[in-house]
Design a protein around this ligand. Structure first.
Ligand code: GTP
Ligand code: MG
Length: 200
């Protein structure tokens, strides 16, 4: 994908009306601090367009990035952040649920999990829940630069087992630091959801 323009077009909090976009949307879900905003920056070749933080709970809204007036990348708030109150967790959960339920344009949901660790119960629940909403989530195993090359296959296997992935589900190892996996994510989006036969 050649990035010609990027615009943070819509920011939705818990009380916001969700946009009715006329271009396709691709969303990124995953627990707090897993690297959703970093991945969006990496996909867009930007350093800090999407706000990133070492402290979990950075993204607290649903952020719609308009790419080339052609599609949206959607940054979701993370789940499982211990410091957020129970009330806030419920409200963010409802916001995400409302979005996944109502969007007419959401074509793909990527679920991000940290490649270093076995998936948490929350990750497995999120996966199952996205599936129950009728999506076939694609898994992105983040922070690939933090493990040795020799550990990749084993960790991906643990991840597949821990999430009880539907057979055939794609797992893409990814690093926002080295940009490994970036081309694969774009190729998949372009091929499957933008109906482009070849990458530009
Ligand atoms: P919330 O907005 O809180 O849900 O988090 P997020 O999933 O958007 O995570 P974010 O992109 O803010 O990244 C969290 C931390 O992980 C930051 O300190 C990032 O620099 C770091 N990080 C993200 N991706 C990678 C990666 O691929 N490799 C390494 N080494 N660090 C990463
Ligand atoms: Mg974020």
């Amino acid at each position: 994908m050649v990035i010609k323009s990027v615009n943070l077009e819509t920011v939705c909090g818990i009380t916001s009306t969700l946009p009715q976009n006329d271009k396709i949307e691709v969303a990124f879900a995953g627990k707090s601090n897993v690297g959703k905003s970093s991945l969006i920056n990496a996909l867009l070749n930007r350093k800090s367009l999407a706000r990133v933080s070492a402290t979990p709970g950075k993204t607290q809204t649903i952020n719609f990035y308009n790419i080339n007036e052609e599609m949206y990348l959607v940054d979701l708030p993370g789940y499982g952040y211990a410091k957020v109150s129970e009330q806030e967790k419920i409200q963010w959960g409802k916001l995400i649920e409302r979005y996944l339920n109502k969007s007419q344009q959401l074509k793909a949901v990527f679920l991000l999990v940290d490649i270093r660790h076995a998936p948490s119960a929350n990750d497995a629940m999120m996966y199952e829940w996205i599936v129950s909403q009728g999506y076939h989530p694609i898994i992105i195993a983040t922070k690939l630069d933090k493990i040795k090359r020799s550990q990749i296959a084993k960790n991906v296997k643990i991840l597949k087992e821990g999430l009880h992935l539907v057979p055939g589900t794609k797992v893409i190892p990814f690093s926002s630091e080295t940009k490994q996996g970036r081309d694969e994510v774009w190729e998949l989006i372009e091929r499957e959801f933008l109906n482009k036969a070849e990458v530009e």
